[in-house]
Design a protein around this ligand. Sequence first.
Ligand code: PLP
Length: 359
Amino acid sequence: RAYNFNAGPSALPLEVLQKAQAELVDFKGTGMSVMELSHRSAAFEEVHNEAIARLRKLYEIPENYEVLFLQGGASLQFSMIPMNFLKEDQKASYIQTGAWSEKAFKEASLFGTPVLAASSKENNYKNIPALSDIQIDKESAYVHLTSNNTIFGTQWKAFPNTGDIPLIADMSSDILSKKVDVSNFAMIYAGAQKNLGPSGVTVVIIRKDLLESANSNIPTMLKYSTHSKNNSLYNTPPTFGIYMLGEVLKWMEDQGGLEVIEQRNEEKAKYIYDAIDNSNGFYFGHATEESRSLMNITFRVADEELEKKFLAEAKEAGFVGLNGHRSVGGCRASAYNAVPVETCLALSEFMVKFQQDNQ
Ligand code: PLP
């Protein structure tokens, strides 16, 4: 298996892929693949409802929240959120911590007035703003933030308390990577393709009262309530993606649940950050230390020529997906849940060796 550090879609657990392979042409004696089952059949409904139940249990989602499986990626959520929850004469507070937050802000301006509650743009998004620097407009319909900034490699460690104003988080790149108190949020959303499964499924966890307050004069498919009323089966869902998502969640349970996953993610990231921190400036990180992401580790090789050599030799050695995003440059190792500890250890050892050989 490749040492897969892709930012997304990214690594899936080998055990899940093998199980899917074994069940591919005959799912549980149906004589069909999951992809060939009717989405109205009892066999698929069980897959669907089990995936929801597993997500509820692992993330300890309170009863007053709905779990939805939608399509259109996290990017469609950037539009659906203001379409449902923002009125033309209303403001919404956005905390800008990267390119994805910027995109979310831009969509909101089509429906109402987004305002910046804080931004680390001037700093090329090296850090998450201090909680004390966040200024939430009291009249905001909601507050939006990005919990983990995939491109810049920063991650929130503690979230702002927004009181009665609903807090909405794009958790695309760190959902289920650690324990989170879901009740702090009115809504959490994430494209599945980093921590939860293949692309094509978008997970939405939404408090029921928010659903009730939504705008009604919008297209049926873009209303959250359409999907909540129909258990996400209003139209044909991405059945294979939902099956895979359920299997990834089962794998997480088998690993020992979120506590074990969280510890493992800390251990994995530490191997790579240690190689950076112990390099005496040969490597340096993009994110400030307090804001470092455990999911996306962004770093540079101080010497630009050596950086090219590093990336070329890493590729040769079997490491995949280490090129940084074009807006940051350099290197990025995405160590999502399914990336094994050994893969991160191997990269850390490769980094130390490369430094020794090239200093
Ligand atoms: N939000 C974050 C934090 C992301 O990392 C990404 C994709 O990388 C997106 C949103 C966009 O997700 P999608 O491709 O599912 O629309």
